[in-house]
Design a protein around this ligand. Structure first.
Ligand code: SAM
Ligand code: SF4
Length: 347
């Protein structure tokens, strides 16, 4: 039965809620799922791996998500902001290392108004880099200004499509507003990236299946998923870590259902298992976001403990990741890595 379902997913890119649940819970199909997802990845998005340089430019946050070390009530974290000139220097270096995209990520830090950020984005665009923003919830007008200043893509995870769980995990935030933000980003012509946390306390297999169907229903351009990793300085300190293998099966199912999407192998995966990003690249993923933030900022951007590579320099990250990509017979892409549309190898 499971074999037939995997074949169906590989050919038709569609499964029902029941069918998805059956595969997602089944540890014994993991390798077969990954192999099928790897074939679909090769056929639809090819052997290129897109590297995006991640700049973590502020860990100040007005929100209070229970899982995240940057939450405003965490008094133990050392806060920082990287000012415009230094952000631009990091972007310039990212370009120098060969990246074609920078991902600018931060807490919801309102010091970085849309106007202030727009000035920075316009300068980065002069460097011929694609820009992804990941700065949380803003108004339609702010998203509009940022898009006009040159932002191409936006990452805003739904975190979970279980509305009650979402509002329990993200006190003071509303699920409806999260959806509105994703819709506004789409309307404004951003490439829209979203995703979820795997293993939040109280999350069910059924709700993960609904996450997959949600990503498909909004035709997400990018889907980043990662295991929840408990942080000792948050209310979820004593909770269990998200399951690595369940997350891997999620990645593979996502690729089977969404053949053209950009799907990253996330840092959180690597935190749970050495070399995980390579395994995930062979299980359906085609994107990696190496860190280009420098020095002590890396350590201070502490979403969860044990984050990989905090002592490495950006050059080491680039060389390490390029080497790993080549070692599995793949290539570091030379283009900006926009989402593929309706492309099948050989057609
Ligand atoms: N503030 C922006 C936002 O929330 O969209 C962007 C930065 S936020 C730190 C990026 C992502 O980190 C979140 O979407 C969340 O899924 C992830 N994250 C936060 N805490 C985590 C944890 N303890 N384990 C794994 N991922 C976590
Ligand atoms: Fe802030 Fe994002 Fe962390 Fe929530 S997940 S506390 S919005 S940085």
């Amino acid at each position: 039965m499971q074999h037939a379902l995997i074949r169906k997913a590989e050919q038709e890119h569609w499964l029902s809620e029941e069918e998805l649940a059956m595969l997602l819970v089944d540890v014994s199909v993991e390798e077969e799922l990954a192999a099928a997802a790897d074939r679909v990845r090769a056929a639809y998005v090819g052997n290129d791996v897109h590297l995006r340089g991640l700049i973590e430019f502020s860990n100040v946050c007005r929100q209070n998500c229970k899982y995240c070390g940057l939450r405003r009530d965490n008094g133990k974290i050392e806060r920082y902001r990287i000012e415009a000139e230094e952000i631009l220097a990091l972007a310039r270096k990212a370009k120098g290392y060969g990246y074609r995209t920078v991902v600018m990520q931060s807490g919801e830090d309102m010091y970085f108004s849309a106007e202030r950020l727009s000035d920075i984005l316009r300068e980065i665009k002069q460097m011929d880099l694609a820009i992804t923003l990941s700065i949380g919830e803003r108004s339609f007008e702010e998203y509009k200004l940022l898009r006009e200043a040159g932002a191409d893509r936006y990452l805003l995870r739904i975190e979970t499509t279980d509305e009650k769980l979402y509002e329990r995990m993200d006190p003071g935030m509303s699920f409806a507003n999260r959806l509105r933000c994703l819709q506004n980003l789409r309307t404004l012509g951003y490439e829209v990236g979203t995703g979820s946390l795997i293993g939040l306390p109280g999350q069910t297999i059924r709700s993960l299946v609904r996450d997959i169907l949600f990503f498909k229903s909004i035709d997400a351009d990018m889907i980043g998923i990662g295991p929840f990793i408990p942080n000792g300085d948050t209310p979820l300190a004593g909770e269990a870590t998200g399951d690595f293998h369940l997350t891997r099966r999620m990645v593979s199912l996502l690729r089977l259902l969404m053949p053209e999407a950009n799907i990253p192998a996330t840092t959180a995966m690597e935190t749970l298992m050495p070399n995980a990003r390579v395994l995930i690249l062979q299980s359906g993923a085609n994107v990696v976001m190496p860190n280009v933030t420098e020095g002590d900022y890396r350590r201070k951007y502490a979403l969860y403990p044990g984050k990989m590579c905090v002592a490495d320099t950006p050059v080491q990250c680039m060389e390490c990741m390029s080497g790993k990509v080549r070692s599995i017979g793949r290539y570091v892409s030379g283009d900006k890595g926009f989402r593929h549309h309706n492309h099948v190898a050989g057609s």
